[in-house]
Design a protein around this ligand. Sequence first.
Ligand code: EPZ
Length: 422
Amino acid sequence: MDTILIQGGVPLHGEVTLSGAKNAALPLLFASLLTQDECTLRGVPRLVDIRTALGLLTELGAQADWLSANEVTLSARRVDQFEAPYALVKTMRASFLVLGPLLARFGRARVSTPGGCAIGARPVNIHLAGLQQLGAAIRIRQGYVEARASRLTGARIRLDFPSVGATENLLMAATLATGTTVLDNAAREPEIEDLAAMLIAMGARIHGAGSRTIVIEGVEALHGVSHRVIPDRVEAGTFLIAGAITSGNILVRGARADHLASFMETLQRAGVTITPEPEGIRVRGNGRPAGVQFNTRPYPGFPTDLQAQMMALLTLGEQQSSITETIFENRFMHAQELVRLGADVYVQGHTATIQGVAFLSGAPVMATDLRASVSLILAGLAARGETEVSRIYHLDRGYEHIEAKLSQLGAKIQRQTIRPVQ
Ligand code: EPZ
C-alpha cells in the first residue's frame, strides 16, 4: 500500500504539461469496437483505468498495442467475446461503455451492471432506457445486462438527466443504427465533443455534439482513424489550484480556457490571478483566497470533478465559502480528512460550509476516491509540516506521474512503498 509524503509550505513555480484526458480516452478506446479497421489513439495517459480498459478490450478479442509512451493502436477485427465481467466493471464503471458499441456492431452484449461506488449509487437506467428506444431487447439477470438487437433503429431519445456516460453509450450505438437518432438533453462535456470528433473521422454522421441536442444519421459501417485525445481539463484545474494554494506561479501547458470557463470564473472570484497564454493558462496565487459560493453543475457549469480540489483551496479562505454538490449524492468524503489538517468544514446534506482558517497543519490522512485523494495532496502542499496521504491507489487511477509533475514545480513530495510485514 503506497503512501505519499509531502512537506508543505513551498510556493510552486515553473511549467507543467497536461496529459490526455482520462474521461475522453476511455470512451475513445471503446469506440474502436465500432469498426474492424485499426484505430490509433495519441495522447493516451498511462493510468490504471486505461490499463483496465485495454485489458477488457483484449478479453473481448481485440488487439491492443502501445506504440510509444502515450500512443496505442487497437483492432477490433477479431472480437469474439461479448461479455464485460462483474470483477472488471466493478473496478472501473467506465467499462459499461462497451455496451453501446458491442450492441451496434455485433447485436449482442452481456455487461455487468456497475453497482454503486463511494460517491454515489450511480444507476444506469438512462443508458438502458435509451438503448431500448433504439430497439435493443434488454434483460437484467444475476446483476448482468443481457442485450440483443438484430439491428438498432434510430429514435428520438430524451435523457432524463444529461448523463455523460449515457450520452456516450447512446452516441456510439446510434452511429450504426438504421435511420436518424436525436439525443435531447444530452451531456455537453468536452469529452462528448472529442468522442464525436473521432466518430465523425471514422465516417459517422453526427451534428450538434457539445450542445443539448445531438443528431446522428446511422451509417452501414465505420472505418479506422488516427485521433489525438484532448488535454485533461480536470488535471488542468488541479494544477491551477496547486499554484493558487501555494501562492506560486505556474504555467499549465496545454490547458484550454474554453474547457474551464466556469471553473476559472470561480477561481477569479476567489481572488486568484488566472491568465490564458498561447501555450496554456498561467496561475498566480495571491495569499489566502476570498470566500466564494458555487454549485456543481453539468457542463458548462462548475465541474463536480474539481469540487474537492476547490474545497481544499477554500479551507484557507479569508471569508466563509459554501459548496453545493448537485451531481453526486456523496461526494464530500474529503471534507473530514481536510478537517484533520485543521480545516473548518461543516457538511449538511448536499452543502458544505467552509470557514476559512489562516493555515493548515500536516497530518496523516486517507484518500477515499480519485478526486478526494488529490484534494488532500493540494492541502498538504499548503499545510505546515508533513502530510501523509494513504490509499493513493485511488490517485493512480486518474493522474499520470503526479508526484513527478509536482516535484518539478518545486514541491517536496515523494511516494513511499509500504511493504506488508512478512
Ligand atoms: C462521468 O461519469 C465521469 N467519468 C465522472 O468522472 C464525472 O464525475 C461524471 O461523468 C459527471 O461529470 C467518466 O467519464 C469515466 P453521469 P458518469 O452519468 O458518466 C446519474 C472522475 O472522477 N445517472 O454524468 O458515470 C448519476 O447517478 C469521474 O473522473 C443516473 O441517474 O456520470 C449521477 O448522479 C467520477 N442514471 C449523475 O447522473 C444513469 O443512467 C451524473 O452521472 C446515469 C447517470
